[in-house]
Write a protein that binds this ligand. Structure first.
Ligand code: 9WN
Length: 421
């Protein structure tokens, strides 16, 4: 595909996945609106339809809970092709939603949409109306997921991290005992995608067991912080939230909301929390198991995200780049979702090895900001090349470049639009 054709094709993917105010990630496999997908997709829409881009975020917030939580899936209308759907989550609200969150990219993308908008009047009005809802969401994180002000958020489900079957969660998830009374279920994902590219059955049983834990706790977050058998600190959540708070602070100042001191307090704590995840010997940041308190010593693509957060010192940024260069010796395309030196690296299984365009975008942004434009460019080129070679796939094989998972995928199309224009 030539770039011009690919650009047209990327716009076509978003239009085809548009369900009127929200964009599904891909037909069949994911027929609802997902939180962080909506953020990236809005950035893509911004390149050719600004009102539609803002609508994506407004529609997402229709799912926000009264306590501020922004759920990871909003089930705007019934669809049978995905499991678990609204019945299994058992959340009684309209529209129905899941009961967990996802990487909170929204504040950061609202800022960049406001900065790049052609229609400034529209952008300012939309940012102003979204701001209080984003603030409520970030206050929820602080109040319900970090009540002791450790600077790290407690994550209660691998789905919250966005990197569902990452090897980082193996031990923490294995500790979850499968509910003997788990209601029977039929997976739908493996009807759409080759099972060798999806999580394993043992993981799904535990993913579903956790839903029953939440329901039994009446979705009471503070109770789940004590009782949930799966509790981790995730670099994807903490780094995305840290940057989102930097951008929320910027928005507060720019729009005159006056919450700068409160947000600055959160930033101070998360700066300390994230930097506490650094491992000097490995030259990387590690996720942490909050049940054992131990670092999870497996390198994953999120290990580079303190560059995106902006918390890393210049020395640590340099070490991260060295580590990334080591990874690049092992794969053709950056950035594999798991350290290719690790015995847990599986180049075609979902978050255990494949390259994801959205994570590449976050890492490249961080590298550029730390003064490594060439490394950022390498990641950007690899991503564009993958799309040109294999289309708008959900993720890609880091050795062969083959497209994996769902196709005609919204966030891959969005990143292509953002990066090639
Ligand atoms: C569960 C929609 C989502 C992404 C996640 C990705 C995958 C869902 C699933 O798809 O997760 O949320 O059912 O596999 O892991 O990052 O947001 O694209």
């Amino acid at each position: 595909m030539q770039t011009q054709e690919s650009l047209e094709e990327a716009r076509r993917v978003l239009r085809a996945n548009d369900r009127g105010g929200f964009t599904i990630p891909t037909a069949g496999l994911y027929p609802f609106q997902w939180l962080w997908d909506a953020g990236f997709t809005a950035l893509g829409w911004m390149r050719f339809d600004e009102p539609r881009a803002w609508a994506e975020l407004e529609t997402l917030f229709l799912g926000q809970w009264e306590n501020g939580m922004l759920p990871h899936i909003v089930f705007h209308r019934p669809e049978e092709t995905y499991f678990p759907g609204p019945e299994r989550w058992g959340v009684t609200r309209t529209p129905p939603t899941s009961a967990i969150t996802q990487p909170p990219v929204v504040a950061t993308f609202v800022r960049s949409m406001l900065e790049q908008a052609q229609d400034q009047a529209l952008a300012e009005a939309k940012a102003r109306s979204l701001y209080p809802r984003i603030l409520a969401y970030h206050r929820w994180f602080k109040r319900e997921r970090d009540p002791e002000n450790t600077g790290l958020v407690t994550v209660l489900h691998p789905w919250e991290t966005g990197a569902d079957n990452s090897p980082a969660w193996d031990e923490a998830l294995a500790r979850v005992e499968v509910d003997p009374a788990l209601p029977p279920y039929t997976r739908r994902d493996t009807a759409h995608v080759d099972p060798s590219q999806r999580p394993r059955q043992a993981e799904y049983d535990r993913f579903l067991t956790l839903l029953e834990v939440y329901k039994r706790a009446g979705f009471d977050q503070l109770r789940l912080l004590r009782e949930c058998p799966f509790r981790v600190a995730s670099l994807l959540i903490d780094c995305v939230l840290h940057r989102a708070n930097r951008d929320l602070l910027w928005l507060s100042e720019r729009l005159g909301f006056g919450h700068e001191a409160e947000i600055a307090g959160w930033l101070k704590a998360s700066q300390r929390g994230i930097e506490g995840l650094w491992d000097e010997e490995a030259g990387l940041y590690f996720n942490r198991d909050l049940v054992t308190g131990e670092p999870i010593r497996v390198g994953v693509s999120a290990s580079f995200l303190p560059l995106y957060a902006g918390t890393a010192s210049p020395e640590r940024a340099r070490r991260l780049l060295d580590t990334l260069e080591g990874w690049a010796q092992r794969v053709r395309y950056l950035v594999p979702s798991t350290d290719p030196h690790s015995p847990r690296f599986e180049p075609q299984r979902y978050w255990r090895g494949p390259v994801w365009a959205v994570v590449n975008y976050l890492i490249a942004l961080g590298l550029a900001e730390y003064g490594y434009p060439e490394a950022a460019l390498r990641i950007r080129r690899d991503t564009l090349e993958l799309v040109q070679k294999s289309g708008f796939s959900e993720y890609f094989h880091p050795l062969t470049g083959a497209g994996l998972g769902g196709s005609s995928f919204s966030w891959t199309a969005a990143i292509y639009l953002v990066w090639s224009q």
